[in-house]
Design a protein around this ligand. Structure first.
Ligand code: F6P
Length: 327
């Protein structure tokens, strides 16, 4: 018989993402509503290993839904990747009477949750929290929409200079090995091209853009480049243009961590609230080892090992739309 879940632990792990606080709030309030106790684990798995754990109440999550970052803080723990580290983590869960764990984070964080769940037969629920949107099975991850809007706001500003000076700008955006931020920010900002890791055809994406996108009647241009190492990043393309097309005036902007911060959009707050609420419903239903996602506006449960395979596809429509609209 399955043990009744009386106390849950919640942590955020990996890169912070706007909306994580809304998720913590939703998990906390939904759990309390269902008569459970909630323990907040600080600094991700690192804090779990060190016992940085404090009870969360309805009040302790007040006034947080609008705040970026994570009130629980976050970390990327090296120790947790070891068997010994995970043993320490599990001992702490037992010491604090935690029966189930809710992990809010990206790929690596959910992978960690999965290993812990398997080694110790622990009920674990994952919530997709990353600006990268690279978890399979959910249309969107918590933080992605906010980051996308931040990028678009920045590119709108860069466009003023690009146009005034007749320049080509290569704007590098985050996303790790996924091109969702790059592709969609390019569409939303009216950029001339996006260079993304998913587009691994033999076609030289730069030559393609120069010949197709940068037509004679356009004297300035913006190319959004995914940070993925597979493509070489914005610097690589700028250097190539300087060498191969010296007639163009080129600049690079790397947006960096400003993409991760800031007030979450309404979309991210609602998404995080729904997923947080659903995580408690899932535990009540006896779900284990699943990530809660959203697909066509419906809550779905995806086995964590499926969600973290790093094979979420980019819709070909998005590539076609940009190609046609940027001519
Ligand atoms: O996964 C989120 C993310 O912001 C990626 O887009 C980026 O590659 C990485 O984290 C940066 O990590 P850090 O903040 O540890 O430098």
């Amino acid at each position: 018989m399955k043990k009744e879940i009386k106390t849950i632990g919640v942590l955020t792990s990996g890169g912070d993402a706007p909306g994580m606080n809304a998720a913590i709030r939703a998990v906390t309030r939904s759990a309390i509503y269902n008569g459970m106790k909630v323990m907040g684990i600080y600094r991700g798995y690192e804090g779990l290993i060190n016992g940085e754990i404090k009870e969360l109440t309805t009040e302790s999550v007040s006034n947080t839904i609008q705040r970026g970052g994570t009130i629980l803080k976050t970390a990327r723990s090296v120790e947790f990747t070891t068997v010994e580290g995970r043993k320490k983590a599990f001992d702490k869960l037992q010491e604090f009477g935690i029966d189930a764990l809710i992990v809010i984070g990206g790929n690596g964080s959910l992978a960690g949750a999965q290993v812990l769940a398997q080694e110790y037969d622990l009920p674990v629920i994952g919530l997709p929290g990353t600006i990268d949107n690279d978890l399979y099975g959910t249309d969107s991850t918590i933080g992605y929409d906010t980051a996308l809007n931040t990028i678009v706001e920045c590119v709108d500003k860069i466009r003023d200079t690009a146009t005034s000076h007749d320049r080509i700008f290569f704007v590098e955006v985050m996303g790790r090995d996924a091109g969702f931020l790059a592709q969609n920010s390019a569409i939303a900002s009216g950029a001339e091209a996006a260079i993304i890791p998913e587009d691994q055809t033999d076609v030289d994406q730069l030559a393609n853009f120069i010949s197709r996108g940068f037509r004679k009647s356009k004297s300035s241009s913006i190319v959004i480049v995914s940070e993925s190492k597979k493509d070489g990043g914005a610097m690589y393309y700028a250097d190539r243009v300087r060498r191969e097309y010296p007639q163009y005036d080129v600049r690079v902007t790397i947006l960096g961590h400003l993409q991760r911060g800031g007030t979450p959009t309404a979309y991210d707050r609602i998404l995080a609230s729904r997923l947080g609420y659903a995580s408690i419903e899932a535990l009540k239903e006896g779900q284990r080892n699943v990530m809660i996602g959203i697909r066509d506006d419906e809550i779905v449960y995806i086995p964590i090992d499926r969600a973290i395979k790093k094979d979420k596809p980019i819709n070909q429509d998005l590539i076609d739309v940009l190609a046609v609209l940027s001519i």
